[in-house]
Design a binder for this molecule. Structure first.
Ligand code: ATP
Length: 323
């Protein structure tokens, strides 16, 4: 069942068209990814769905409700972690949870959330004293305190170090295991590949593809490579053997190392052909196509490298400190 339905959503700021007839739907129980580079319109789209921004045109329905006209009712059922969620530095963990719980008619018991999200011993800690990972756990707990059916998590792991990112991924999986539908905004390929059932790829204000991560990868006819070494004593001419197989684009050899590039199912053709000819190989490697390959094929450019590395002008990475 679709729990979120967005149809022909458009939004502009002044003369800048930020969303141009965007459509997608989110099924109940899934982790739905919204992927795209900075400025693609991801946050604007999600904030229209949350009722925080008013669309210029198009229709948005969340649990059958209009987020603008029925926002108060809707907010009882959704949990939101905004991209730039901040809390007063001096607020204590329990006070934040208690405050957020007061926004809802039927909140969860925040004491249970403290336990569940590993914050029990931080109950009286002030927000400013929490590590990056602890802050993320608190933000997730805050997004869940209203016992929502949908949680919106926007750029949850930006700025976290790799270890804290992976820990946060496990939290997202737990949210889903609790039966909450998750809408995850991200510009990290690995995160989306790991967590999402389906992904809408945003680019320049539009949805350029929508599929499972595997479907997006399979749907792109990007060239990839395989390599292997001939076993000692075997030295057939690989170009003659493999060059004319379906999908093979090029074959090169340096010593006993052979690299074959191609498209589609060429790697299966190559291994079958080697077996037919009784050619034994070792160190067989197939370079997996990635979501980044799919993204490049869809948009003509790479998302890798986003966000820019922290530097003098960027934020320092938040790290998980020992508690
Ligand atoms: N309130 C606003 N007023 C004017 N322009 C805005 C406003 N909010 C966003 N924009 C512009 O709209 C465009 C899309 O922004 P949006 O935040 O939706 O993109 P995004 O894909 O979420 O990017 P990011 O990953 O950087 O958050 C950007 O060019 C941004 O500068």
């Amino acid at each position: 069942m679709a729990i979120v339905e967005v149809t022909e959503l458009s939004k502009r700021y002044g003369k800048q068209v930020v969303l141009d007839r965007v459509s997608f739907s989110v099924e109940e129980g899934e982790v739905f990814g919204i992927l795209g580079p900075n400025g693609a319109g991801k946050t604007t789209a999600v904030e229209c769905v949350e009722g925080l921004r008013r669309p210029d045109s198009g229709t948005v329905r969340v649990l059958g409700l209009d987020p603008v006209g029925q926002g108060a009712e809707l907010r009882e059922h959704i949990g939101v972690q905004l991209q730039h969620t901040q809390l007063p530095e001096n607020i204590k963990v329990w006070e934040a949870l208690d405050l957020y719980a007061s926004f809802y008619a039927r909140p969860r018991d925040w004491r249970e959330l403290l336990e569940r999200w590993g914050l029990a011993d931080k109950r009286d800690a002030r927000f400013a004293k929490l590590s990056g990972g602890q802050k993320q756990r608190l933000f997730i707990a805050l997004a869940l305190v209203g016992d929502p059916r949908i949680a919106f998590l926007d750029e949850l792991t930006t700025g976290l170090d790799p270890q804290a990112r992976r820990a946060t991924w496990e939290l997202v999986k737990r949210v889903r295991a609790e039966g909450v539908t998750v809408v995850l905004v991200s510009h990290f390929m690995d995160e989306v590949e790991e967590l999402c059932d389906r992904v809408a790829v945003f680019d320049r204000g539009g949805v350029v593809a929508l599929d499972s991560p595997e479907g997006l990868i399979d749907g792109v006819d990007a060239e990839y490579r395989m390599s292997f070494r001939f076993m000692d004593g075997q030295a057939p001419e690989p170009g003659g053997l493999l060059g004319s197989l379906p999908g093979v684009a090029s074959v090169s050899r340096t010593g006993d190392l052979v690299v074959v590039a191609g498209r589609g199912d060429f790697a299966t053709e190559v291994t079958a052909s080697l077996a037919r000819e009784h050619v034994l190989v070792r160190d067989l490697r197939i370079d997996k196509r990635t979501l980044d390959d799919a993204f490049i094929a869809l948009t003509g450019r790479s998302l890798q490298g986003w966000p820019p590395p922290p530097g003098p002008s960027g934020p320092a990475p938040r790290t998980e400190e020992p508690s």
